[in-house]
Each structure stands twice: as C-alpha cells, then as structure tokens.
Ligand binder design. Structure first.
Ligand SMILES: Cc1cc2nc3c(=O)[nH]c(=O)nc-3n(C[C@H](O)[C@H](O)[C@H](O)COP(=O)(O)OP(=O)(O)OC[C@H]3O[C@@H](n4cnc5c(N)ncnc54)[C@H](O)[C@@H]3O)c2cc1C
Length: 386
C-alpha cells in the first residue's frame, strides 16, 4: 500500500485543478479517475458536410469569471479561450438587459482543452480507468482501494462529480432534486458574427445560451428544456428553425449544427463538505442549474480555497486532514455556494413561470435593471467575480 498526503478521487476539471494547485506544496498528491485519459481535441477546423457543421469543437464549454481565469492561468498556464465583453439577457418578448461596458467580463474555454492543460501540469500522478471500490476510515486518514491499487492517505478529496461515490460511501447527507429538464449542448455556425457577446434567452420552453467561440461565427449553445429528447430527435433544419425563433433571429439562422448531446440537470447540495480526513469539492459538494454558468466557477473557487488550507496545514506542521483546518475551507465556501445555489433556484423558478403577473413583474424588473448602472454593476460583479 502506498502512502500519500492527498488522494483526489475524480480527475475532472475541479479535481485536476486542486492537484495542479498543490504542485508547489511538496506534498504527495495522487488522482484517480474511472474514465480513460481524455485526449486533446483536434485543432479547430470549420467545415460542412451537407447541412451539418464539423467544427472540431467538442460540446462542453465553461464561461469563466475573472477570478477563475486568473487561478487557472496561474496553475495551468495559458489556455486557449475566447474573451467576452458583453452579456445580453432577454426574457422572451418582454424585456432585455445589456451588461456590456466595454471591459472583459469573462472567458469561454472548452472543457477538454482545459482538462488537457491540467493533465499536462499534474503529470504522472494520475491513475486513469480505475474505479473506486472501497474506502475505510483509519487513524490518520483513509485507506482507499481502486482497481488493484490501494493507498493510505491523510486527506481524501471527493471530486467525483454530482453522483459522488465518496460522498455516499462516507454517508455525508445531501439535499437533491432533479429539474424536469436536460441541457442540450452543441456548437452552431451563425449567419451573423457573435461580436464576443454572450447571449441568453429565457423562453417559455426553457433557457437558451449562445456562448461566443474563437471563430466569430461559431457559438457553443446550451439549451435547458423539458422536451430535450424531442429536441435531440429534430432534424437540423427543424432545430435551426427552433433556435431562430427562441433567439429572436438575433444572429440569423444557424448555417451549420454539430452533433447534439444532452445532460440531465439537477440541484444537489451536501449538508457538510468535510469530516475528519475528508473533503468534498466541485459538483461532488454542490451541483447547480447551468442557467448562469456558475458550476465550474464555484468548483474552482473550492479548489483554490482548499489548496490554500492544505498549504497552511503543511506550514503549521499539521495533517492536511486536520478537521479544524478543513472546517475553515467549509466555512469559507459554504456561504458563497449556498448563496449562488439559492439565486439559481430563484432565477429558475422566477423566469420559468408563465403566470401573467410574474411576466409583468419580470418585464418591469428587467427594465429597471437595464436603466440602472448601479444594479447592473452589482449583478455583473456577482456573476463575473469568480
Ligand atoms: C450543460 C451544462 C453547461 C454548463 N456550463 C457551465 C458554464 O458555462 N460555466 C460554469 O462555470 N459551469 C458550467 N457547468 C457546470 C460545470 O460543467 C460543472 O460544475 C463542472 O464540470 C464540475 O466539475 P467536477 O470536476 O466537479 O465534476 P465532473 O466534471 O463531473 O468530474 C468528475 C470526475 O470524477 C470521475 N469519477 C466519478 N465517479 C468516480 C469514481 N467512482 N471513481 C473514480 N472517478 C470517478 C469522473 O470520471 C469525472 O472525471 C455546466 C454544466 C452543464 C451540465
């Protein structure tokens, strides 16, 4: 059995970020993931075969705020991304808010490029394609078995996503509910240039986001809707027509559409993120609706905060699994994560309602926000500061 200081279960965006942030800590850190190692996507090449677009861009991008972006650049170097300097939000037919001020609001990154950059930094200490089989509490940490391997670790980190096996194996209770929605994700080629503006429409059938990519005519889209299965079954012409109606033809018709994928959407929050020798981060601790693109931002803030706490433990000669120290991480992150989860729930319920009174309130509210530089800057700071 190998002894390590920190064992991270989950080599997704957040687990790898924690491991990369600990590279300079002189601690022994290992990552395990049940999936095979992801490969670096091909260079972007936009071409069309018949009606379909072959953009070379895998669906799955993150809109990252300035703090997340700065943290990632520090731990993983420069990552290919697209800057956006305006966000426009529509409530179908009733109102619009434009958050643009000419300054950078955030960056769109492709998740698999980001993961590839992090893998390069973390290096040899990742074990791919092995599944967690057992964990057992021992005096100074945990004994962990995955595949044919086993470790003793002083701190076990669950970064294994919303369905976290670590969280379940140690019985940390979580509140969770599924939205009656899935997120349909793809890349489209638009007739008009996106102009580095992120756009979002709250519509009767769900929330549609167009996120600008490096090519001025390519957008990554996320469409959260309760009829996702029917949407996946549409042919490209019918899907393009639906996008045009929902987006009020803002960027003209979709000239090409990549393969579409869907993800179930849920809200989940662990009531506690830590116990002695163990911490949860990212979606393992909290999963939110993607309507404001905050999930990865919250997870990156968890990784940044936990890495600081672990380094502090090392400086003080304490174990990285010291519960008093881990509680510092929980105190700091729980407030922000709960506040954001609450706001997502309010937005989801508020914008989802088609009651005439609620629609009237929304249209008035959006007009008030659009006319108030102070309110806009407060919302902008909340949405982009991470
Ligand atoms: C449609 C959609 C759009 C989104 N858009 C945005 C956005 O614009 N901005 C933003 O900030 N966030 C966004 N999010 C949220 C964001 O994608 C997630 O919050 C983030 O990817 C979570 O990363 P993670 O590493 O915590 O979890 P995951 O990405 O789920 O990674 C978990 C890892 O753990 C591994 N694993 C799982 N179980 C085990 C096991 N038993 N043993 C070993 N390994 C295991 C998995 O293989 C995986 O690699 C979006 C989410 C969705 C669904």
């Amino acid at each position: 059995m190998e002894h390590v200081d920190v064992l991270v279960v989950g080599g997704g965006l957040i687990g790898l970020s924690l491991a990369a942030a600990l590279r300079d800590s002189a601690l022994k850190v290992t990552v395990v993931d049940q999936q095979p190692m992801p490969s670096l996507p091909e260079q972007h090449a936009k071409s069309r075969e018949g009606y379909a677009l072959l953009s070379g861009i895998k669906p799955g991008v993150s809109a990252l705020g300035i703090t997340s972006w700065t943290f990632l650049n520090k731990i993983a170097g420069t990552i290919p991304s697209t800057r956006y300097d305006d966000v426009e939000v529509w409530d179908s037919g009733t109102g619009r808010v434009d958050f643009g001020t000419g300054e950078v609001l955030g960056y769109i990154v492709e998740n698999n490029r980001l993961v590839a950059a992090l893998i390069e930094k973390v290096g040899q200490s990742i074990h791919w394609a092995i599944e967690l089989t057992n964990i057992e509490k021992v005096d100074d940490g945990y004994r962990v078995c995955a595949g044919d391997l086993s470790w003793h670790t002083r701190l076990l980190v669950g970064a294994d996503g919303s369905n976290s096996a670590v969280r379940k194996l140690v019985d940390l209770p979580a509140l969770q509910w599924r939205y009656d929605q899935k997120g349909v994700v793809t890349t489209i080629e638009t007739e008009k240039p996106h102009g580095n503006i992120a756009r979002q429409w709250f519509t009767e059938s769900g929330v549609l986001a167009f996120l600008p990519l490096a090519d001025d005519h390519l957008c990554s889209i996320v469409y959260s809707t309760s009829d996702a299965d029917d949407v996946l079954a549409l042919d490209d012409a019918a899907f393009s027509e639906r996008l045009g109606i929902l987006s009020e033809q803002t960027l003209g018709p979709a000239l090409g559409i990549d393969k579409r994928f869907s993800f179930p959407l849920q809200q989940q929050h662990s009531l506690s993120y830590v116990t002695s020798g163990l911490a949860l981060i990212g979606d393992a601790a909290h999963t939110i609706h993607p309507l404001a693109g905050q999930g990865a931002n919250l997870g990156l803030a968890d990784a940044a905060c936990l890495s600081m706490v672990i380094k502090q433990a090392k400086l003080e000669g304490r174990s990285p699994g010291d519960l008093a120290l881990l509680k510092r991480y929980q105190r700091e992150r729980l407030k922000d994560n709960v506040a954001t989860a609450t706001l997502m729930e309010i937005l989801f319920r508020g914008f989802g309602s088609q009651n005439p009174g609620a629609k009237w309130l929304r249209s008035k509210g959006m007009k008030i926000v659009d006319d108030s530089p102070l309110l806009k800057s407060m919302i902008k700071r909340f949405a982009t500061s991470r």
